[in-house]
Write a protein that binds this ligand. Sequence first.
Ligand code: NAD
Length: 429
Amino acid sequence: MKICMIGSGYVGLVSGACFSDLGNNVICADINKDKINKLNKGVIPIYEPGLEEIVKRSIKQKRLSFSSNISNSIVKSDIIFICVGTPTKNNKADLKYVFQVVNKIKNNLNKYKIIVTKSTVPVTTGDKIEQILKTKKNKNKFDVLSNPEFLREGEAIRDFQFPDRIVIGTDSKKANKLMKKLYSPLIKKGSHYLNTSRRAAELIKYASNAFLATKITYINEIANLCERSNIDVQDVAKGMGLDERIGSRFLRAGPAYGGSCFPKDTRALVTTARDFKTDLTIVNSVINSNKNRYKLLNSRIKKIMNNNFKKKKITFLGVTFKAGTDDMRESSALDIIPYIVKQGGIINYYEPTGPKPEFKNIKITYCPDIKTACKNSDLIIIHTEWNEFKQLNFKKLSKKGKFKVFDMRNLYSPAEMRKDKINYFSIGR
Ligand SMILES: NC(=O)c1ccc[n+]([C@@H]2O[C@H](COP(=O)([O-])OP(=O)(O)OC[C@H]3O[C@@H](n4cnc5c(N)ncnc54)[C@H](O)[C@@H]3O)[C@@H](O)[C@H]2O)c1
């Protein structure tokens, strides 16, 4: 099938490359010419394990190409996936990029096409897209459907190739048949294919993300209680997770949830519900609890430092919102680091995916390795759970006698740290 992905970021590039790997002809299009130039030179603009290999293989087999000519990419394709960003503006999903694309599609409907929203879009967006496209000239030339994307950064290739479910929101038999054919290699491997109404598919994505954000926030609040009652939150999470109705995933206490999806999607869902005169009190509480978590962690760090940051060296290991990605969107480090700097702390950071431009306006130092970052450190903060942070010899790393470790991902055992006489702090233990 001839496909184009409009928007070649984490979602568009990964799913475009994977669709081409399944034997389709795919154009990954983007208005960012710099990104397209890089891709045409074989440079992958994002960090995503396994992606480069698939992209190179698909280019070689002439099934994958890149273009900044959006109109041309639409004209050449039968299925158009909208994969542009949908950030929040005033707590509402900002659909300006989506509608930019829709207007391009409107003027380039040369034959029947399926228009798919892979971007996360609020309920009724598909209805609005349909209205925009419906002109006399375009009559019967399109179907608009919703196919939300559930991939996780850092695991995106696996998530595409072995999705738990493929959700297709459409009432059109013709479009559903074609989508089922497109996804048939994944369905054959055991993925569930679910055909729902378009609005239901749109809501499935938001409801899923808000639920996962709730699970994280829930265990984070339980961790707060554990810290005050001398209980290990990991025992509690394990005991809860063994109940199959609950499940163990997303029950790991840590920093506030961040990233490109949960914060914006929870906010947008609450706003959508309000538009329908419904109050999602649980999701609203989750948003507030997560906001409070930033403050809570900042005061925890202040306490660990005995209220004294002046000239203290603090090392951050990992600054992205989680391990396995270079994505800084709504990472808790963006809140904690400026707070420490404001209090007078001196920050070194090491990040496996390289230095981050987000910090260019504050005085902090990127270090090329863990050893340099931890040299003479007063406090080492483990912010993400990369494998290379899991077996550190802290005493060798920070030769200072009085250094402390704040492990925000509970990677180490408090008992072993005590045995090694390391001043160790973690979450909910
Ligand atoms: N990142 C994730 O893990 C993830 C997972 C599931 C769903 N989603 C959803 O998928 C969507 C895309 O997310 P992302 O992380 O890939 O975003 P991204 O910011 O990485 O990529 C979006 C791309 O769209 C391009 N773009 C913007 N306007 C355009 C236009 N008019 N024409 C062509 N290209 C345009 C941008 O240049 C950018 O490269 C969002 O709605 C997001 O919520 C993201």
